[in-house]
Structures are given as C-alpha cells and as structure tokens.
Write a protein that binds this ligand. Structure first.
Ligand SMILES: Cc1cn([C@H]2C[C@H](O)[C@@H](COP(=O)(O)OP(=O)(O)OP(=O)(O)O)O2)c(=O)[nH]c1=O
Length: 621
C-alpha cells in the first residue's frame, strides 16, 4: 500500500537509491517506493571547513553521491535513470561533525563525546531528476535536510565498550544505531526518528509534493497549510504512466477538474477506473525479484572467477570483450554478456576502451592477490553449488547431500577419498586459506592472549591463523594440528618470515589421536562442522588436555537466540545442513557446551563481518 500518494508519481519511473545503507532501503521500500539500489562510490571527503553549516555539508555530500551514480549509470550504457536519490547522515556535537567511526577507538571517542549530552543528527537528501539528450546527461537537483536532536544518558566505560564490541557502531554516523542496541543509550529524541536512522521520510514526501504539485496561483491566494502531505483526493492524476518522463509534473494552466469536463464521459469513467487500480496497486516486489535473481548473479561471479577473467584483466587492462574471450577460450558474445553483468555488479569498470578490474576484483578475485578469495569462489562453484541444488532433499531429510552429488555414501567428509584427492584437497585448502587470511588478524586481536606461551590451532589447515597469532604475540609457540595430508600440503602456503620459527605443524586426527599440549586451544570454524555428539567428544578431549587456567578460543558465526537476525549466520545454517553433519549454534548454546566441559569466564566479541570470537578459561575440575 502506498500511503503517500505522491510516491505513486514515482511508481512508473526508474528510481535509483544511491545508497548502500540497508536502513534507507528499508524505510523507502516500506513507504511503497519501487527502486533499484546502486551504492554510490563518491568518497565522503569534502572539506568540512568550507561549509558554513553542517547541514550544507550533508546536503552537498548527498548530492555528490547521487550525481556520481547518475553519471556512472548514464556512462555505462545502461538506461539513464529517471530519478536518483542520495542521502547523507551526520551527527554534530560541540561544533564537530561525526561520521562513521573508522575503528573501535574512533567509536569510543565519538560515543564518549555524546555521553550525557544533547546532539543533532542531520540528514541531507538530494533528489536528482535525470534526462538524456544527444547522449548528454542532464540533471536537475532538489535538496533538503532535516534535523533531529537526540539526548544520550551518561554512559559508563563498561557499557560503552560492551556496545562498541557488539559491532553495531561501525557503519553508523556518530557510532550508534538508535533503531537497535544503541536505542538503550538514548534519553530523548526531538524530531523525526527516521531521520536519525538515515532517511527523513516525512520531509521527503513533502518535498515530492512540492516538486510534483507546486502550488497553483489561486492556492497561493488562500491560506494553505504548507507542511502537510495532501490527502489522496487532492490529486486526481497520480499515475503519470504514459508521460513516463523523468521531469516532475509541471502544473498546466487550468485545473484538473476543467480537463475532466472537456473529456468524453466514457473516457472520464475509464480514467477514474484506471486511477483506482493504480491507487490499490501493491508495491512492486523489487526485493523479491532481486532475491530470485540472486543465484544467477552468484553463478555469473563464480563463472568469471573460473574463467580467470579477473586474472587476465589484472595483468592487462582495459581490454575489449573479444580479446578477453580469446584468452579465456570462450565465445565473444557470451563473454561480452558475462562482462557486462560483472560491470553492473560493480566488479568491472566498463569504458569506451574496454573492461578493467575494479579495486574489489583486484583485491579479492584475482587468484594471485594477497587476500584472494579465488579459491573460495572455486570451492563454492565446484562443491557447494552442487550441494545446494539438492537443498530441497536436505530440508526434507535433514542431512547433507554428498551422497546425491557423488552418487555414493560419504561417511566422513574430511576423510572421504573424493574430497581427499590431491586436486580437491588443494582447492579446499586454498578456499580455507583465503577466508582465514581475511579474518585471522581480527581473530588474533579479539582478546589479549599475551598470557599464553603456547597454542594449538585445531584443524588449523594452512596455518594462516597461526601466522597472525605468532605475529601478534612474539613469544607464543603455535602448533597447527590437522590431518596428515593437510599438513603435507600446508608447507606450500607458509611464506618464510620471522614467524616461521614460532609455527609447527603436527599431523593427526583430533577425534582419535592425543592432542598436542598447549596453554591455549583454538577451534576456529571447526565445531559447526560436527554433530552435538562429536562436539562433546572434541570438547572433552580439549578439556582433558588443559591445565586449570588454560584457554579455549572458539570462533564461529553465532546465531541470535531466537534465530531471527544475523542473515549471514542463518545462511550458514543451511550451508552446514547441505555440507556437513553439524550446525550453527547460538551464543547461549556454545556457552552451555563450554561450561559443561569446565570452561568458564566466557567472553564474547563480535568481529567485523559474520564471525564471533569466544574466549573461555578452564577451571579446576
Ligand atoms: C545516528 C544513526 C545513523 N545511522 C546510519 C544511517 C546511515 O546509514 C549511516 C550514516 O552514513 P552515511 O554516509 O549517511 O550512509 P551509508 O554510508 O550508510 O550509506 P551510503 O553512503 O551508501 O548512502 O548511519 C543509523 O542507522 N542509526 C543511527 O542512529
């Protein structure tokens, strides 16, 4: 349902939200607006000192965000959008502008400044109307801002750090989210709540009314309430379908009533019918259709990785589609389609000269990059994709689907001959190595582990985490304990360096063989692979090997207790179902498991991305 009728004016236009903010997407789609999301690449680095007021800074940033998207979409040979919406939210306190914190310390500085005080939240919004003439982009910008004042309670150091460790502050202006946990910090709010969350919906609707229905001369002679959103019957023509143009409607001379009178009665009835249908039209299911297309986008990404498109473009760019096609041994027409989709997904840049990698592709998709996820992509393409085609069976049967993919029974995924063949094994290790490298630093620094002098990383694979632990704690000796064939290949992943002397590999099966002795045991993304029985078995083995005071560092994606949030965690649950015999668990479930095996003083830190780290201490039995 579209409550604000002027939103209906935009229903048949190509509207783009130039924002990656999930809050803005939610607010606007809840209001019934249909739009595509194209996050802006505009770097928010305008010189704040050159603006007389903070809201001018926010409006200019919003405008630049929207214009960058309008220009990029126009240049990319995609259809020029009709309307692009950009927004920027800032927090101001004591003359300072606070944007998103860059790290936890920055969040701490921001939140301590806000503690016990009143501050302002400004959101600048730009509505850019676009048109294209002779391949030239023409834009008309309408901007406004909204201010809301928020008062924080006095925040204790403890509460402040607990909030920061929740991870919530990092993508939010001022370092807090009023709509979630951050709501607990707030004593009072004066003004539009949604403005704080990132988008002043009420003011936006009023702005659309002004744009699409500027007051008629006769209205100006009568006292009018300027700050209200008119009711539905104020407008007769909400559809604007045939016009379909990108410009806001201009009021013609003569009222709409006059126009209706001159038309034939039959036509008037048909139009009325048409308007009724428009008014009751449900919101366009954009998000639903995007979800539907999700698997096609994933497959396009995986195929481009498999064909090593990003490797070729890292070596030489820009290149035209036929040149890339001949290098990757594929058809020119197919390659061009794939490259265009990659460009639309923001993985490639497309210009007159050809295609080039974006920074994301160079960093993560080229196979030789330091933080390459290429192996992880191939693992998803070759193994996980196939397993997910049997999701329906996995749901019905409540178990993994290797038997369907391989056509034979698989007793233990980690010991099976197919998965242990050197080629599949290496690909699996490359996949794990990519993911581990990306997250190892956060895991190693989540807690102060300096009291331990030895650690055992159970199932530590290529030693990527061991390396970060060794780098962070120079007196720590780390043993990577994994299956013999893994240990044999791990040497290929270990670069020389000062940490090499701190890292040792030990071959064995952690269910059957004695564990290497250590003061700290690490189980990073291990337990989710196993059933409750096996988790108990493993934890009791670890507990037996621990002296009182020893630590257990557990890293998993934790589900919330109601299993409602953490989309990443919930997807992982399905992933575990189709792939393993294990499952994702909640913080409470892990806490119980740990305590049952004599590990107490459990601390939890949410890491950037989807992982959570838990540190527990073994107490005397
Ligand atoms: C103060 C506050 C901000 N925020 C969010 C709104 C914005 O998403 C974010 C401020 O950063 P912005 O730079 O305005 O927006 P963004 O980076 O999230 O998205 P984009 O630039 O792509 O449009 O902070 C909350 O969600 N809750 C709050 O209480």
């Amino acid at each position: 349902m579209v409550l604000c009728p002027v939103i209906g004016k935009l229903l048949h236009k190509r509207v783009v939200l130039a924002s990656a903010s999930p809050r803005r997407q939610e607010i606007l789609s809840n209001a019934g607006l249909r739009f595509e999301v194209v996050p802006s690449r505009f770097k928010e680095k305008l010189d704040k000192a050159s603006f007389a007021t903070p809201y001018e800074y926010a409006m200019e940033t919003a405008k630049q965000k929207a214009l960058e998207v309008a220009t990029r979409m126009h240049q990319k040979d995609l259809r020029t959008p009709d309307v692009v919406i950009g927004a920027d939210t800032i927090v101001t306190v004591g003359g300072l502008i606070l944007e998103k914190p860059v790290d936890k310390q920055d969040a701490y500085r921001m939140l301590s400044r806000l503690s016990g005080k009143e501050h302002s939240v400004f959101t600048g919004v730009a509505i850019v109307h676009c048109s294209s003439n002779d391949r030239q982009l023409h834009t008309r910008v309408s901007e406004f801002y909204e201010e809301t004042t928020v008062k924080f309670s006095e925040l204790s150091e403890e509460l402040l750090w607990e909030y920061i460790h929740s991870g919530e502050p990092m993508d939010k202006a001022g370092g807090y989210g009023i709509q979630a946990l951050g709501g607990m910090l707030v004593e009072s709010v004066h003004g539009d709540f949604l403005n704080v969350v990132g988008f002043p919906l009420n003011h936006f609707c009023k702005q659309l009314v002004e744009l699409y229905y500027p007051p008629r001369p006769e209205d100006l002679r009568q006292p009018v309430q300027h700050d209200c959103i008119p009711a539905v019957d104020t407008f007769e023509d909400l559809s604007d379908v045939e016009g379909g143009g990108s410009e806001p409607a201009q009021r013609e001379t003569g009222s709409r009533d006059e126009k209706a009178e001159v038309g034939a009665a039959g036509q008037a009835t048909a139009e009325a019918e048409c308007h009724r249908t428009r008014a009751t039209l449900p919101p366009f299911p954009t998000r639903l259709l995007e979800l539907l297309d999700g698997f096609k986008l994933s497959k396009a990404l995986l195929t481009a990785c498999k064909l090593k498109v990003f490797d070729w473009l890292k070596r030489e760019a820009p290149q035209k589609a036929p040149d890339i096609a001949s290098k990757v041994d594929a058809s020119a027409c197919g390659t061009e389609k794939l490259l265009d989709v990659c460009a639309a997904m923001g993985l490639l840049e497309k210009t007159e000269q050809g295609y080039s990698n974006t920074e994301t592709a160079n960093l993560y998709l080229a196979s030789d990059s330091e933080y390459s996820l290429h192996g992880f992509m191939l693992q998803n393409d070759d193994v996980i994709w196939n397993l997910f085609t049997y999701l329906e069976f996995a749901i019905r049967e409540g178990r993994n689907q290797h038997h369907r993919v391989l056509g034979k029974k698989v007793e233990d995924l980690f010991q099976d001959a197919y998965y242990r063949s050197p080629e599949t094994q290496l690909r699996f290790m490359q996949a794990m190595h990519g993911v581990a490298k990306l997250t190892a630093r956060q895991v190693a620094t989540a807690f102060d582990l300096s009291r331990f002098s030895s650690a055992c990383d159970m199932g530590g694979c290529t030693g990527a985490l061991a390396r970060e632990l060794a780098r962070e704690y120079p007196r720590l000796q780390v043993t990577v304990f994994d299956l013999p064939d893994v240990v044999e290949l791990a040497v290929h992943f270990q670069p020389a360096g000062p940490q090499a002397a701190q890292i040792h590999f030990a071959a064995g099966d952690f269910f059957r063989d004695p564990l290497p002795s250590a003061e700290l045991y690490v189980l990073c993304r291990i337990l989710h692979n196993w059933s409750d029985d096996k988790v108990h078995k493993l934890l009791s083995k670890v507990a037996e090997s621990c002296k009182p005071g020893a630590g257990l560092l557990l890293v998993e994606t934790l589900l919330d207790e109601e299993k409602r949030e953490a989309q990443g965690g919930l997807i992982q649950s399905l992933n575990m179902l189709v792939q393993t015999e294990g499952r994702q668990r909640s913080r409470g479930e892990y806490q119980c498991l740990l305590e049952l095996h004599g590990f107490h003083q459990v601390q939890v830190v949410h890491l950037e991305g989807v992982l959570d780290a838990m540190l527990a201490t073994r107490v005397a039995p």
